[in-house]
Design a protein around this ligand. Structure first.
Ligand code: PLP
Length: 398
């Protein structure tokens, strides 16, 4: 791992921290140790850091400062959004609309709710991973209380039509939650323009610390026609205005804010640079490696995401062999890559089981250079060729 040459191309699983974020966190570890709920000046100082951080993070998505609620992760933000809304709106209905390609942090809460008697619609997606607006509209019933659709997919990078979805939610007076963990800080988000009521984000996907996330809650949960539309799922001290009690991770949050500040400054140039590297990989691989193809949308995808399919071999083997060459990649979702089930996302875009097993996610980051990409492209063909030579599938299929 500390070899002179180790190339990290798994930034969708998590990112290394930006050194400027580390510096900021270290400063706060030393200086801002107070509990933001304390009355004394050390606590008040922590409170000030929280306010400032909220303001910076809100400004990235055109939100109001007080609508940002800090959590311990993206997963926790998703769970508060989901269980908080259904718990508050039990009388309104029991139907939720989501997609068949959500991250496990959303998919698994909904599977659990299905067991508890809720009615779930998992919208299908097309071969690119996009939902159809007309399917969404058709799915809405009198009992629908929540629409929950991810901003951009973590495996294939597809960006959903969030503004159109928000418009439908508004038209039908429904609450709209989006898991924006992958999109946040990478592509522009405007919660007002897109009519988003709830948005989850996580610091470690944008060069911030692990274990820090946030949930945006429109007007702190009060919306026209809705009164209070969400309630807490944990009860304790009064932190985060009771929405997420537990002593607040002030240094981590200050690091999150620093990461957001950097993302804001660098988003445009960075995404241009990443798209160039992304498209270089896609073009080179699909043109030069036989029986390879792109998963997801050719253009409507995150600037840093590449997802490639290689026939006759398994993604896991490619990842392990690339690791031996000093390159970190993934088969898709870091959370499911230890199980043998094929990715639900790749099955949802219509891949066959054996195809879904042969996928490789390459996610570029802030610290990826052109040389890194060229090194990867130099090593990849040998790995694919070696694995295909020993693949039993190749003979069976051909
Ligand atoms: C990583 C990720 C999460 C989970 O965030 P954590 O902070 O790791 O809990 C949720 N949704 C998506 C789309 C993700 O990529």
């Amino acid at each position: 791992m500390n070899d002179s040459k180790y190339i990290y191309l798994d930034n969708a699983a998590t990112t290394p921290m930006d050194p400027r974020v580390i510096e900021e966190i270290n400063k706060h570890f030393k200086e801002t140790y107070g509990n933001s709920s304390s009355l004394h000046s050390v606590g008040q100082k922590a409170g000030q850091v929280l306010l400032k951080s909220r303001e910076i993070i809100a400004s990235l998505i055109n939100a109001k400062r007080d609508d940002i609620f800090f959590t311990s992760s993206g997963t926790e933000a998703d769970n508060i959004a989901i269980f908080g809304v259904i718990s508050k709106n039990k009388e309104k209905g029991n139907h939720i609309i989501t997609t068949s390609i959500e991250h496990h942090a959303v998919e698994n809460p909904y599977k659990e709710l299905e067991k508890r008697g809720f009615k779930l619609t998992f919208l299908p997606v097309d071969k690119y991973g996009l939902i159809e607006i007309k399917d969404l509209e058709k799915a809405i019933t009198k009992k629908t209380l929540l629409i929950s659709i991810m901003f951009a997919n973590n495996e294939i990078g597809t960006i959903e039509p969030i503004k159109e979805i928000g418009a439908i939610a508004k038209k039908h007076d429904l609450i709209f939650h989006t898991d924006a963990v992958q999109a946040f800080g990478k592509i522009p988000i405007d919660v007002d323009d897109m009519n988003i009521d709830l948005l989850s984000a996580s610091a470690h996907k944008l060069y911030g610390p692990k274990g820090v996330g946030m949930l945006y809650i429109r007007n702190k949960g009060v919306r026209d026609g809705w009164g209070k539309f969400i309630e807490p799922i944990m009860y304790g001290g009064g932190h985060e205005r009771d929405m997420r009690p537990s002593t607040v991770n002030v240094p981590g949050i200050a690091g999150f804010a620093k990461a957001v500040e950097l993302a804001k400054e660098e988003m445009e140039g960075e995404s241009q640079q990443q798209m160039k590297l992304r498209d270089r990989i896609i073009k080179w691989v699909t043109e030069n490696i036989e029986d390879s193809y792109l998963n997801g949308h050719p253009t409507r995808r995150l600037p840093n995401n590449v997802n490639l399919g290689f026939k006759y071999i398994e993604g896991e083997s490619i990842v392990l062999d690339l690791d031996m060459e000093g390159i970190a990649t993934s088969t898709g979702s870091a959370c499911s890559s230890k199980s043998l089930d094929p990715s639900h996302v790749l099955l949802a875009i219509g891949l066959k089981h054996e195809e879904a097993h042969g996928s490789l996610r390459v996610s570029i980051g802030r610290f990826t250079s052109e040389e890194d990409v060229e090194y990867f492209l130099e090593k990849l063909p040998g790995v694919i060729e070696r694995l295909r030579k020993i693949s039993p599938l190749k003979k069976e299929i051909k």
